[in-house]
Each structure stands twice: as structure tokens, then as C-alpha cells.
Design a protein around this ligand. Structure first.
Ligand code: GLN
Length: 476
């Protein structure tokens, strides 16, 4: 696939060789932001001044003969639930109004250390709860490929930023599909790494046992480069994997000869016919490249959505208890502390966040805990066992990323269950903690991109990326 805009790999190489300055690269993307951001609304904050200053500093270092790193001068957009020191981090919620984190997330530090230039903070569904970016307190983001359509969510701003050429790279977070589903809707690559592969320090928590930070990019190689920069152990995150992260880029060209690829029957069934057709074509392409392709059944994944909508709200109800009007952002006064807490939370949270807090509080309440939360955790274990069994016979699994292409703005806002169904194919990998990625594979009947999902067992990023690279190349 040839990207419509300069790739991260190409940009970093040109900047390191002195063929382009980091400042020129930044001006180019800011010019695109100037033309289209008004209609797309990918960003909550555009950091034009900071980006120019960072680019100039990089250019001075290069002029002195220093190597600024593998992402030299590459613009990056950050989902606005990643902490940035001194820069508003809103989670697209009123409740964080005026809050500026006193520290950078580990991924933000690593980007700076690699020479990347942050161009802005991107819009999201409030606290990453949603599948369309319509739950943002600051208004929706629109899909750059068709502005009557949603970009997906919750990382819709990051997906749209890459698709619109506002930055070749972006970071998002994926709790149930929030990187992969918007990437699929916007026709870009999106990766949810293995749980623990990327530090969550400085990611505002939604559901801590599911949340992972990951890359958006226009190409598989660009996504690999970004993941290599942000992955690796971090003592600041107690769930961070020990040991060094496996190299991905070096193995990208190894092909799929002899690899065993399983097409997940339960995740192909029931998706739109045009989406299924693209997945079948992807399977044929892998077979043509020498992989052994077969169907595989994971019977319990059909219960993933139900388990997720107990576990994720349960964890969210606990994580979001910290927004009390005392420690962060908004405060609405009341006659006593409890009244102040209630008034602040009533005014600060949007409808979907309140719905999740109520669902989660109910699921965790005495008397219901075992029937709901406990049962969901048992289903989670069964799903992990189904994956384990499948990975005895297969190296990777393939499915659609989402059941449909990008839908129209407003189409699902009044029906939460229909919205939740967007994540039926992506949630199982979050529940298992496994890596999964999407890449664009042709278009649906409406001309909009279809995403194909490649899943791998824990720490299987190298083989997952190899498969994605073959699929990308097969589209020409
Ligand atoms: N759309 C799913 C939800 O609303 C997933 C969100 C996410 O991955 N952050 O929970």
C-alpha cells in the first residue's frame, strides 16, 4: 500500500540525513491542519508553537552532528487521555476542565527521546468510552474519508489525524477496540500490543486490566517503528512486562511461508457481507503467499461482549471515583463535601460515563458481585482457554476488525447496545491480553475502508506484524 502522505520511516530518514528539516516537516502538517481541521475536529488542542520549538531544537542538534533518534522530526498526535506536562489533558470530559498534568506519560517521554514532535492532543469519546467519538464533551470528530461518517472510537481523533495527514503517527488507547475499530473506519493501521508491552504510566485509567496504549500509522512498517519506540519495561507501571521488547521491524519481511493462519468462524459470522468478502480475500492472499489457512472455532468469544460490559464498567466505576471535585479539574460547590462531590460529578460527567459508572457500581455491589462481575471473570477465563487451544494449532488468527464500515454520525447515538456491537470482534483480544492489529484491506460497498484484524498470542507481535506486512503488500 502506498500512503498518500510521507511515511514516518521516510520522514525520519530524510530528517536524519539533513535532506529535510524537522521544521519543514512540521510546517507541512500544520498547513494541512489549517486547511481541514475545521471540518474534521481531530484535535482538542493543536500544539503549533510547541511543535515548532521542538522541531527547531531538533534541527539545531542535527546541525551539531547529533542523532536525535529513530523518529527524528516525525510529527505525532496524542490521544487526549495521555498525560502531557503542563498541557491540558482532558479525556474529552468537562470534569478535567483546567487540569494540567504535572508529568509526562512514559510513552510521551519515549517519543521525545526518539526525536518525535508532538503536534497536538486528539479528541476521544469521554474517558475512552464509546465507538464513534460522539461521546466527546467537545463535539464529535468526523471521518476524513467521508465527513458524514464517524471516525470510530474511542480514539477517533488519532485515527482521523493520521488519515487526514495531520501526523504520520498517532497514539491511542485500546480497552475493547478503541485503536483498531477507528483505524479500520479511517483506513489506517492500528495496533493493540500485548497487555503490559507498553507502559500505562500516565494513561488516564478506564479499565486497568484491559487498557493498552498503541500506535496508529499509515503503513505497517511505520506502526512497527512507533511500537518499538514506546514498548519495553517501565518500573513506573507495575503491570509492565519485564525484559526487553522483541524487535519487530527486523522481521517484517520474513513472509508467511509455512505459517498456520486460523480464520475465526464466530467473528466472521454475522458481519456485513462486504466486510466478510474482504476477510476471505485476505485469507486467500495469505494462502497464496504460502501460509496454511483454515477455519477455527472459538465458541466462547461470542460471550466476550457481555463479559466486557461487566468487567470494563466495574473497573471504570472504581477508577473514576477519583474525580471528586477535590483533586482534579472541575468543582461545583455544595453545602457539604458529599453534596459538592455529587454536584461536581453530576455536572462534569456525560451520559455514557454516568451509564458506565452505574452499571459498574451495580455489578460490584454486595449480593450481585458474584452473579455479575464474578461470572464475567469466569467467562474471561473460558475465552483465554479457547485462544490457548486455537494457538496450539495456529500461529495467528484473522477476523474482521469491525462488523461494518464507518457508520453515519448520529446513527447509533440513541441505541447504546447497537454502539457496543461495534467492538464484538476486537474485545476478545483485550480480555485475553493478546496483541491484535488492523490494517485496511479494500473497501466495502459504500467505498469506505474495511479493516482486517490479525491476532497473535501474548508477545506475538513479531509474527503478527509479518502477517500484516504480507497482507499490505498483497493489496499492491
Ligand atoms: N468501544 C468500547 C467501549 O466503549 C471500547 C472502548 C475502548 O477501547 N476504550 O468501551
Amino acid at each position: 500500500m502506498s500512503a498518500p502522505f510521507a511515511t514516518a520511516v521516510g520522514t525520519a530518514a530524510a530528517v536524519r540525513l539533513g535532506e529535510r528539516t524537522a521544521r519543514q516537516v512540521v510546517e507541512e502538517v500544520l498547513a494541512r491542519v489549517g486547511v481541514r481541521e475545521g471540518e474534521i475536529h481531530a484535535f482538542n488542542t493543536v500544539l503549533a508553537g510547541d511543535a515548532r520549538a521542538a522541531a527547531d531544537a531538533l534541527d539545531q542538534r542535527i546541525a551539531r552532528g547529533e542523532d536525535p533518534g529513530p523518529l527524528a522530526g516525525v510529527p505525532v498526535a496524542l490521544k487526549d487521555n495521555l498525560c502531557t506536562r503542563g498541557v491540558p489533558t482532558t479525556c474529552s470530559s468537562r470534569i478535567l476542565e483546567g487540569w494540567k498534568p504535572p508529568y509526562d506519560a512514559t510513552v510521551v517521554e519515549r517519543l521525545a527521546g526518539a526525536g518525535a514532535v508532538v503536534v497536538g492532543k486528539t479528541n476521544l469519546d469521554e474517558f475512552a468510552m464509546g465507538s464513534s467519538t460522539e461521546n466527546s464533551a467537545f463535539g464529535p470528530t468526523r471521518n476524513p474519508l467521508d465527513t458524514t461518517r464517524v471516525p470510530g472510537g474511542s480514539s477517533g481523533g488519532s485515527a482521523a489525524a493520521v488519515a487526514a495527514g495531520f501526523a504520520p503517527l498517532a497514539l491511542g488507547s485500546d480497552t475493547g477496540g478503541s485503536i483498531r475499530q477507528p483505524a479500520a473506519f479511517c483506513g489506517v493501521v492500528g495496533v493493540k500490543p500485548t497487555y503490559g508491552a507498553v507502559s500505562r504510566y500516565g494513561l488516564v485509567a478506564f479499565a486497568s486490566s484491559l487498557d493498552q496504549i498503541g500506535p496508529f500509522a499509515a503503513t505497517v512498517a511505520d506502526a512497527a517503528l512507533l511500537l518499538e519506540v514506546i514498548a519495553g519495561h517501565d518500573p513506573m507501571d507495575s503491570t509492565s512486562n519485564p525484559g526487553p521488547a522483541a524487535p519487530i521491524s527486523a522481521r517484517l519481511g520474513d513472509g508467511v511461508e509455512g505459517l498456520r493462519v486460523g480464520i475465526v468462524r464466530e467473528l466472521v459470522k454475522g458481519v456485513d457481507a462486504d466486510v466478510e468478502a474482504r476477510v476471505r480475500e485476505a485469507a486467500d492472499a495469505l494462502a497464496g503467499a504460502g501460509a496454511k489457512v483454515d477455519e477455527v472455532s472459538l465458541p466462547t468469544v461470542v460471550h466476550g461482549l457481555a463479559a466486557y460490559y461487566l468487567i470494563a464498567p466495574a473497573e471504570a466505576s472504581s477508577n473514576l471515583a477519583r474525580y471528586d471535585g477535590v483533586r482534579y479539574g472541575l468543582r461545583v460547590d455544595g453545602t457539604d463535601v458529599a453534596a459538592m462531590n455529587a454536584a461536581t460529578r453530576g455536572a462534569g460527567f456525560g451520559a455514557e460515563v454516568k451509564r458506565r459508572i452505574m452499571l459498574g457500581t451495580y455489578a460490584l455491589s454486595a449480593g450481585y458481585y458474584d452473579a455479575y462481575y464474578g461470572q464475567a471473570q469466569r467467562v474471561r477465563t473460558l475465552i483465554i482457554r479457547d485462544f490457548d487451544a486455537a494457538y496450539e494449532d495456529f500461529d495467528v488468527l484473522v477476523s474482521p476488525t469491525a462488523p461494518t464500515t464507518a457508520f453515519t454520525l448520529g446513527a447509533k447515538t440513541s441505541d447504546p447496545l447497537a454502539m457496543y456491537m461495534s467492538d464484538v470482534c476486537t474485545i476478545p483480544s483485550n480480555l485475553a491480553g493478546h496483541p491484535a492489529m488492523t490494517l485496511p484491506y479494500g473497501t466495502g460497498d459504500d467505498g469506505l475502508p474495511v479493516g482486517v484484524q490479525v491476532m497473535a498470542p501474548a508477545l506475538g507481535e513479531p509474527v503478527m506484524f509479518r502477517v500484516a506486512a504480507v497482507l499490505e503488500a498483497s493489496r499492491g
